[in-house]
Design a protein around this ligand. Structure first.
Ligand code: MF3
Ligand code: CO
Length: 249
């Protein structure tokens, strides 16, 4: 669909996004040592369907679950299963929802119990990188200003950004143009306009930026097995500060 959405299209993307945010909030309350990622997936799917929506990831290119649950060195696209969360783990929960033909998409990395200082810093820096990027997502700025904000914040902290996966436009499909890399020089590419909806999703690694996809075809881990964090919001570019459609209240 067009990069610039109409008011009624924006309202529908926002509705889907609010269900994503509510599902993330629900799962936050359930994440603790002893729970499996499959249980989180089941709870998420139940809540999304009860809300009248559909889990957008399920069946997407054959993806087998409703959420992505990526633990520790897993970067993105971890498939929920019998793995039990342990204190000290970090887990990225990524959720997409389709409602009335429109999509919302967001991710948060949560600590499980008490975590190391290094893990805490990685989570904080990745979240900050997302919010710095969102601050750049305004009318008149360039798309690469958003990308650059992620890269510069992550690298200043001594971390690296993943280059093999990108953020994306979103609307009547989960993934639309433009692609939004988490690195790049400022002032390049698309000029942002009010009404564009972007899913900005920094993936930040403690060590190397290199990643490997496992044999299941989905689970992506860091090549050096060091920690990775991931945050994502669906945001709408306006004349002023971008509106975060997936804001968790
Ligand atoms: N937020 C991720 C993305 O935009 C999740 C996709 S998982 C998939 O790529 F299963 F849908 F592929
Ligand atoms: Co996404």
């Amino acid at each position: 669909m067009s990069l610039k959405k109409t008011k009624s299209e924006l309202a529908k993307i926002k509705k889907a996004s609010i269900i994503v945010a509510k599902t993330l909030k629900l799962l936050k309350a359930k994440i603790r040592p002893g729970i499996t990622t499959k249980e989180l997936d089941t709870e998420a799917e139940k809540f999304i369907r009860k809300s009248g929506a559909v889990p957008a990831f399920k069946g997407y290119r054959g993806y087998p679950a409703s959420i992505c649950a990526s633990i520790n060195e897993e970067v993105v696209h971890g498939i929920p299963g019998g793995r039990i969360l342990r204190g000290g783990d970090i887990i990225s929960v990524d959720i997409g929802v389709e409602l009335d033909g429109f999509f919302g998409d967001a991710a948060i990395t949560y600590p499980v119990g008490r975590i190391s200082k290094q893990a805490e810093k990685l989570i904080d820096v990745t979240r900050e990188a997302l919010y710095k990027a969102i601050n750049m997502a305004k009318k008149g700025n360039y798309l690469s200003d958003v990308s650059h904000a992620v890269q510069s914040h992550a690298e200043k902290a001594g971390f690296s950004v993943v280059r093999d996966f990108v953020g994306h436009g979103i609307g009547t499909s989960l993934h639309e143009e433009p692609q939004i890399p988490n690195f790049g020089e400022p002032g390049q590419g698309l000029k942002l306009e009010a009404g564009m909806v972007l899913a900005i999703e920094p993936m930040v690694n403690a060590g190397t930026s290199k990643v490997v996809v496992l044999d299941d075809g989905w689970t992506t881990i860091t090549r050096d097995k060091k920690l990775s964090a991931h945050f994502e919001h669906t945001v709408c570019v306006t004349n002023e500060q971008a509106e975060i459609f997936t804001r968790v209240k």
